[in-house]
Design a protein around this ligand. Sequence first.
Ligand code: ADP
Ligand code: ADP
Ligand code: MG
Length: 444
Amino acid sequence: MFEKILVANRGEIAVRVIRACKEMGVQTVAVFSTADAGSYHVQVADEAWCIGGPRPADSYLNMDAIITVAVESGATAIHPGYGFLSESAEFARKCRDCGVVFVGPSPEVIECMGDKDEARRTAKAAGVPIVEGSDLLSDADEAEREAKRIGFPLLIKARAGGGGRGIRKVESLEKVRSSFQEASSEASSAFGDGGCYMERFISPAHHVEVQILGDAHGNVVSLGERECSVQRRNQKLLEESPSPSITQAVREHMHRAARDLARSVNYLGVGTIEYLYSDSDETFAFMEMNTRLQVEHPVTEFVSGLDLVKWQLRVAAENELAFTQDDIHIRGHAIECRLNAETPDFLPSCGTVETLHIPGGPWVRFDTALYQGVTVPPYYDSMLGKLIVFAPTREECVRKARSALGEFVVEGISDNSELQLDILSNDAFISGMYHTNLMEHLYE
Ligand code: ADP
Ligand code: ADP
Ligand code: MG
C-alpha cells in the first residue's frame, strides 16, 4: 500500500477519501485554493498545500501545481475524486510520466471511454447494445442528415459532456441547425471541446447504472446497480440500490454486459456503466461510462458491504481482489439524497453556515465537508452533502430517508431538503416505477 497519498479534490469527496486513507494507515496530503483555506478537507488531512486562486483552472484543475506538490511532499499516488481532473487522460498521463500513481484506470482507457462517441464504439465492439445514434458530427449539414435518419425527438450531446451539461433535445428538423450550434458552443466553453453526437431520445426511460471494480490481475466484478432516474435537467438528485424497476433477468443481463465491456478494455479501478432502460419492452442500451468514483457510490457500499474507496486504493496499488463475483451478495436497500445549496427556485446559494444539525442513528450516513461557521464559496459545485440510509426493505428505507431528512437542519444557506422530502412522498416514487421525467411531473 502507498505510504502517502495526495487528494486532488475538495468538499465531501476529499473528506471521504482522507477518512479511508486514515483507516488504512496511509498519510494524506490535501491541496486547496485560496478560497478554501478554511475548508474541512484542509483540517482533516495530515498536511495541506495551497495550490492557487479560487478559480478551478488556477487550483483544482492546475495539473502541474498538483503534481509538483505530490513530488515535493513525497506522496506516491494521487486520488482525483470526481469532477475536476478525475477523467482527464492528460492528467493521468502526466502523473505516470512523473512516477506518481493516478488512482484510476490508465490514460489509454480513460481516452477510449472519456469521449462519449468513442465510448459508444467501444461498447458496441464489446457486444453491448447502444442507443441508436450517430458518430461525431462534423457540421450542421451532417447533423441534419443524421437527424433525418434517426428521427425525432432526439438529443444532441457533447462528447466531452458531464454533470448533465451540453445536452439539447430537438423536436423537429427546423431546430437541428440552431440546437447543434448551441450545444457545440456550450460544450466549447464548458469543456473546451465542441464535439457533439446524436442519440434518439428514449422516453419514458430509466437511468440504471452498474458499478464495476477491476484489478491489475484481470479480475472484474460488478457490485450491484443503481437507479438514478430522479433527475433535474439531466442531473441526478436521488439514487437508490437495487433498482426497483428491473427484473432479475434484466439485472443479470445488464451486469454481464457491464463486466464484458470492462474486461474488453482491461479495466482497472472503480467505474460505472450507465444505461437507459425501457420497461415497456425490457430493453436497455449503453449511454456512457464514468471512469472514476461516482457521487452516489455510498448506496453501493451499503448494499454490498464493501468500502469502494479502500478497494480503489488497493487495486491502484496492484493488490488482487480478495473476492469473486460469487462472493458478492447484495442485501437490503439504500437511498442517497443529494443536498444542494440552492433556493426553492433552483438559484445557487452561498454564505456562512450558522446552524448545522446532521441526522444520525443506525445505518444513517451523512457525507459532507460542512461544519458550523464554514463559509461556502461560490466557485464550486453546489452540493453541500449527501444523506445515505440503509434498511432491509425499500419501504422501510424510504421511511428512513424521510425521517432522517426531517432531522437535517442548516441555517445561513438555502438547501433543497424540502424538495427531497417532496420526492420521497411522491406516489410514483414510492411505487418504484418512476422514470427520468419524474421531476417534470412533480411540478405539474
Ligand atoms: P455522477 O453520476 O457521479 O453524479 P456527474 O456527471 O453528476 O456524475 O458528475 C459528478 C461531478 O463532477 C459533479 O459534481 C459535476 O458537477 C462534476 N463534473 C462532471 N463532469 C464534469 C466536467 N466535464 N467538468 C467539470 N466537472 C464535471
Ligand atoms: P452526463 O455525461 O452529463 O452524465 P449522460 O449521457 O449520462 O450525460 O446523460 C445524462 C442524462 O440525460 C441521463 O441520465 C438521462 O436522464 C438523459 N439522457 C441522456 N441520453 C438520453 C437519451 N438518448 N434518451 C433519453 N434521455 C437521455
Ligand atoms: Mg451520465
